[in-house]
Design a protein around this ligand. Structure first.
Ligand SMILES: C[S@@+](CC[C@H](N)C(=O)[O-])C[C@H]1O[C@@H](n2cnc3c(N)ncnc32)[C@H](O)[C@@H]1O
Ligand code: SF4
Length: 463
């Protein structure tokens, strides 16, 4: 069985700890976290960031956001918009193409990519010919290096063979399939019905089109899920032998996300039951020798992410986990995020406003944050904690007056987490245990210098 997956404590004792320690906090997909970023980020600062990318000359990651879906999944927390109109989608893609052309012109086509990811919404809700047009422009403006990784998120209910062919011909070998749960009652309640048989046929089609790596997304904590129904879903998903899996805890934020109010809250599993599902998931995939990745992902033992975990250089950004430590990223499309050493930037969220901004002057940056040296050191530290489960002050801390001492003090202040078994001493810091993996947010939050000012932000619970 893979190490560091399942805590040795009995479940009721783990639950007591969760009750005692679990806090609402950021997921630290970025540091500083998105609520800290400022509105009205100057375009000139973004242009400086683009120049810096060109100067560094390293291949980058690229994210394209395609926000449209055919129908509404009631749990959905993504930046997605429902439309059946091809015209709306194609008009948006034309603006996305204009943004890519604009950046391509600005960087004089001197950038290359090592990773390209299409996310959404549902990228394959785009008419196939339009998707091909978009990808061809991207590959022309920011070409890939040899063996660049290309990945796409799909809803299998709308993905045709033509989509798969177009993606495969353009070097896409990773596909992430949204499933969530196989139980029929659960599926009906979330407005997302797709049978085991259809899923099986879809996975086979993906493989036949050359997708060597299949990821499946699941969610626990949805209405009508029970311990037994969830175990059945886990068994069924395993028969497809996906290279990667994600099992997200359902983030229920009905105050912010209106359509979630249509879900029956009284039918959702309790937090005790959610913990049981999370532990069952970990046990199940550990017994199949999958490597747990961060808080909620799994990778088959031969997968590059599993190797990155074993070697301690796993990294994470808004596109997901990666073995390319410190990779910088450009985002295109509504709500997309760019991440450079010096800054985070985010485009405006609503497709209509995005289209208008691109029409106005070719740019759609709405918010961002410039990282200072202190931010960069804490970012590395928090990323190493969330990905590699290590708490240690990085060497770069010496470049900022007094920072090493500050971070060493915070590291020492985590000592009370040793007794309940969340961490163990390791070098000058700590190593997180299988139990501590459930509390990564608790361990990261003390290093976040902006958190004390964020009392008014609502975060979801870890479990
Ligand atoms: C953009 S969607 C995936 C692609 C495609 N639109 C689909 O649904 O098949 C990304 C994933 O986020 C997860 N997700 C969405 N809303 C969530 C929520 N409220 N809580 C937890 N996970 C969520 C789902 O697992 C979903 O598959
Ligand atoms: S298809 Fe995906 S992005 Fe669209 S509503 Fe469903 S979960 Fe959200």
């Amino acid at each position: 069985m893979t190490e560091h997956v399942v805590p040795a404590l009995p479940e009721n004792e783990i639950f007591e700890l969760v009750e005692r320690l679990d806090v609402r906090g950021p997921r630290y997909t970025s540091y500083p976290t998105a609520p800290v970023w400022k509105n009205h980020f100057p375009k000139d600062d973004y242009l400086q960031g683009l120049n810096a990318l060109v100067q560094r000359g390293k291949p980058i990651a690229i994210y394209l956001h395609l926000p449209f879906c055919k129908s509404r999944c009631l749990y959905c927390g993504c930046n997605s918009f429902i439309t059946g109109k091809e015209e709306t989608i194609c008009n948006y893609v034309d603006h996305l193409i204009a943004e890519i052309r604009n950046v391509g012109k600005y960087v004089e086509r001197k950038l290359t990519h090592s990773w390209l990811h299409l996310g959404g919404g549902t990228p394959t809700h785009t008419p196939p010919a339009k998707l091909a047009e978009l990808l061809d422009v991207l590959l022309e403006e920011v070409p890939g290096i040899a063996r660049a990784e290309r990945s796409v998120e799909v809803d299998p209910r709308v993905t045709t063979d033509e989509h798969l062919r177009i993606l495969s011909e353009r070097g896409f070998r990773r596909i992430s399939i949204g499933l969530q749960d196989f139980d029929e009652t659960v599926q009906k309640s979330i407005n997302r019905v797709f049978s085991v048989e259809k899923m099986q046929a879809f996975v086979e089609r993906c493989r036949s089109f050359g997708f060597a790596s299949v990821n499946i997304d699941m969610i626990y904590g949805l209405p009508y899920q029970t311990a037994d129904s969830w175990k059945r879903t886990l068994e069924q998903v395993s028969t497809f032998r996906p290279e990667r899996l994600a099992s997200f805890g359902y983030a229920h934020l009905p105050d912010k996300i209106k359509h979630q109010r249509a879900l029956p809250a009284e039918k959702m599993p309790t937090s005790r039951e959610r913990l049981g599902m999370l532990l069952d998931t970990n046990r199940h995939f550990a017994s199949m020798d999958y490597q747990i990745i961060g808080m909620d992902h799994f990778a088959a033992p031969h997968d590059a992410l599993a190797e990155a975990v074993r070697e301690g250089h796993l990294w994470r950004n808004f596109m997901g986990y990666t073995e390319i430590r410190g990779v910088e990223m450009l985002g295109f499309g509504a709500s997309s995020i760019g991440e450079m050493n010096e800054m985070f930037v985010q485009n405006t969220t609503l497709p209509k406003v995005y289209n208008q901004r691109i029409d106005d002057d070719g740019w759609a940056i709405a918010r961002g944050h410039k990282l200072d040296a202190d931010d960069r050191v804490r970012k590395t530290m928090i990323n190493d904690l969330m990905c590699n489960l290590i708490v240690r002050v990085p060497n770069e801390a010496d470049e900022v007056d007094g920072l090493r001492e500050k971070l060493a003090n915070i590291t020492a202040s985590l000592a009370p987490f040793e007794e309940p078994g969340l961490i163990e001493p390791y070098e000058d810091g700590w190593k997180v245990t299988a139990l501590g993996r459930l509390f990564l947010r608790n361990l990261a939050m003390p290093f976040d210098r902006y958190l004390p000012d964020q009392a008014n932000v609502t975060f979801s619970r870890t479990i």
